[in-house]
Design a protein around this ligand. Sequence first.
Ligand code: PLP
Length: 488
Amino acid sequence: MTDDDADSTSDGTPGEPLRYDQARWTEDADTYEPLLAEKTLDTVDVDSPLPDELTRETLELPALAEPELARHYTRLSAMNYGVESGPVPLGSCTMKHNPAFIEDVAATPAGLVHPDRVGETVQGTLELLYRLQDYLGRIGGMDAVTLQPPAGAAGEFTGIRIARAFHRADGDERSEVLIPDSAHGTNFASAAMAGYDVVTLPSGEDGRVDLDALEAALSGETAALMLTNPNTLGLFERDIRDIAEMVHDVGGLLYYDGANLNALLGRARPGDMGFDVMHYNVHKTFATPHGGGGPGAGPVGVTDDLARFLPDPHVRKTDGRYERYTPEGTIGKVHGYEGNWLVLVKAFAYIARLGDAGLADASAKAVLNANYLAERIDYEVPFGPFHHEFVASAGETDAADVAKRMLDYGVHPPTTKWPEIVDEALMTEPTESESKRTLDQLTAAFDAARGDDEAARADAPERTAARRIDQVAAARNPRLSWQALEDV
Ligand SMILES: *Cc1c(COP(=O)(O)O)cnc(C)c1O
């Protein structure tokens, strides 16, 4: 198929949305593919060399032949939806395509080196880590990078602790971290967990940092200002140099939430804007799988002034050899060894394959796709022009209902109801991976979901394997094993 086959008409109106029917295997309307334990349980005798008091005599285990087992998981995957089923335009989450070759690279035997091997015998492993530190440093304009933190939020926590260590080294105890109201929820949590009082800054009328509010909030108590730029509305903070100067004037540090670098890759660098510390999410920007909550990696970059506080160990190159060492003022460990090694291998492979030109091309397409979609959908899209994402408003319509209905049109909905500064927000990030054809299908799904009658939306999704679930109960009372299910 070429772009000419796209579901759009020449006058620019989107065509019909896809009709999506998700697979489902069921014995009656309320059941799904049974759990393995529900299919068949066998009691097996346990014969173990361990002491008796530590072992059971029998164990109940599912007993299925290989085809049944294979079908079970294949069915579950068909009842699921992922980035290989269709677009997942979750704003802020950056669900781009994870190219298959990174899995091949990670599957090489060299991927399986034991982390306790002494450095002299694993020079290749250390070289890869060193070069990834270097790549990320150059991408972000940072002098040193740790790969240890296992997620973006862990990166924030690490970065804020580094900021605190930096101040404390001067006997300077500060109590506040400033965060704009449009920031990701983890920013508030990370600063609070690191022991700071969080001061929330209201956004200005244009969706950017309000300089007067910033001025009023800054003081000798300000340890750091945490910023996302472009912010979660997809807007670039034009006054970033003034902001950096204002924060530095009171002795504070500027923290960059670089979870999503898609708008900046190969084009602009936080370090050049005056940021002192930042984190990266390799599972967003650098195409490693999000993997259902992990493992991920949230490397942290810092300027020279902060490098001595980095987590232990760090990798450096001395006289042509790579070695681990303990930075002199280290905040300690934030993860075992050098971090989630295989995830880091994948990020390395992705960056090395794309190179400077490829990364810049990815950001150009990410920005083009976001602006194209924002322009096409029949929604109010306040603010703009945008970078890699935008926030549409469903206006009088409930954004969650729109999102549920979009599932029936074969696309994953955007992030809903956040940031709160836009009414009934649909925060959307198509990423560079999607073709014009897919963007047109997304447009059709957006418009159809909002155009449907209210009853259809309230009852949606109708054509997915699982209908509308009780989200509050699912979040508050998760049942994560078959035993938990049996206890009900
Ligand atoms: C995803 C995200 C984070 C948190 O990253 P995790 O890896 O999910 O912990 C932080 N900030 C922004 C802007 C994000 O989009």
